[in-house]
Design a protein around this ligand. Structure first.
Ligand SMILES: *Cc1c(COP(=O)(O)O)cnc(C)c1O
Length: 387
């Protein structure tokens, strides 16, 4: 086992490092293979186009889609915006109602708020103490005005995995379009858009060891065919859903990242589960409590709190050696309690005790052991002070 290189990165829900195998694939597409994938009059453009289509095929296969159902975007935020804004505008004749959930990422919640400002109606479903919506309540909320349902696949703070297949079944029974933000799921757990009744799905390369600034929206082509309006006007790339010159190196990297994820997912999850089980059992000895679901959870996620111990005190005490997060990275610049933890029923004080640990591909057993010991010691000494 190699020596530990500090600081240890344990915040993989915020972003992941680019896998060196991904970077190797990308590099030629910045330099000698720099063509515009739409310039099919010469080999520069043709070579770029071939590479894009190969990556599209890999990504489509990995999620059970057809290659022409993949729209490349700049990331999950953009995909979420196209899915919600583009669908609610395209199908405005069907109604004006969107159903989503209170624990969604801000990319969904803020877009839903924007839709409300445009006069659309939005229902935000509550969740139980584990972060799950109630399926009966979902079905009861559907009206003749409901155009779409958007429920995230796996939560970025607590790792809870939703019953996507059943949600999709309910949506399709009522002829409602089903979108899922799967930024934390794709590349980490098996996803099949056919089997799971998904019509639109957002995901992002930088959450799965690919580069930042490239993502995708899966757009169902048949049964039912869905086609959201694009948000950008321009060259008509990506079937007019996302105009703009394609990010060829990013797409090539995204494809490679997906290929690696598919082949390594099972063994990684087995390793992550052992590590998060170990951490949780040690943390429970010093009063640690799990946030989220004990089994329907991403195996690389551990969100815990130590009653009475501020997460900031833990994070500051370990920051030279270990990088973890309090709540979600996208909101850490604001001193606000996590909307996800509040939705689970935690009171405001308790939300400030929570830490989120996100394990990743390049972590090693000695790093996990070091982290367990360090947090264990820090919490014990902070407890003495607070008594
Ligand atoms: C990271 C994340 C996003 C945003 O993705 P970007 O590619 O960074 O825009 C959206 N939703 C969820 C659940 C995420 O984890």
């Amino acid at each position: 086992m190699s020596e530990i290189k500090f600081p240890i990165y344990l915040d993989h829900h915020a972003t992941t490092p680019v896998d060196p195998r991904v970077l190797d694939e990308m590099i030629p597409y910045f330099t000698e293979k720099f063509g515009n994938a739409s310039s099919l009059d010469h080999t520069f453009g043709y070579d770029a186009s071939i590479a894009v289509e190969e990556a599209r095929e890999i990504i489509a296969n990995a999620i059970g889609a057809r290659h022409d159902e993949i729209v490349f975007t700049s990331g999950a935020t953009e995909s979420d915006n196209i899915a919600l804004l583009g669908t609610m505008s395209k199908y405005a004749d069907r109604g004006n109602h969107l159903i989503t959930c209170v624990t969604e990422h801000k990319a969904i919640l803020d877009t839903a708020k924007h839709l409300e400002s445009l006069g659309k109606k939005v229902t935000y479903l509550k969740v139980n103490e584990y972060g799950e919506i109630n399926l009966q309540e979902l079905e009861n909320t559907i009206t003749s005005e409901t155009v779409m349902i958007s429920i995230m696949f796996a939560n970025n703070e607590i790792g809870t995995i939703a019953d996507i297949k059943s949600i999709g079944e309910i949506a399709h029974k009522h002829e409602v379009i089903f979108h899922t933000d799967a930024a934390q799921a794709v590349g980490h757990i098996p996803v099949d858009v056919g089997m799971m009744n998904i019509d639109l799905m957002s995901f992002s390369a930088h959450k799965m060891y690919g580069p930042k600034g490239i993502g995708a929206l899966y757009v169902r082509g048949v049964k039912p065919r869905v086609k959201p309006d694009g948000l950008f006007h321009g060259g008509g790339q990506e079937r007019n859903i996302r105009s703009g010159t394609l990010n060829v190196p990013g797409i090539v990297g995204f494809g490679k990242a997906m290929e690696i994820a598919v082949s390594e997912m099972d063994s990684e999850n087995k390793k992550f589960k052992e590590w998060t089980d170990l951490m949780l059992s040690e943390f429970e000895k010093i009063g640690g409590k799990l946030n989220g679901h004990s089994t329907k959870r991403l195996s690389h996620n551990l969100n815990v709190y130590f009653p009475g111990i501020e997460s900031k005190s833990i994070i500051n005490s370990i920051s030279k050696e270990i990088a973890i997060s309090a709540g979600s990275a996208c909101t850490t610049h604001v001193v606000e309690p996590s909307h996800v933890l509040l939705a689970l029923g935690l009171d405001e004080d308790t939300t400030h005790y929570a830490i989120r640990i996100g394990l990743g591909r390049f972590n090693e057993t000695n790093e996990i052991k070091f982290t367990v010991d360090k947090i264990y010691d820090v919490v014990k000494s902070l407890k003495k002070i607070s008594v």
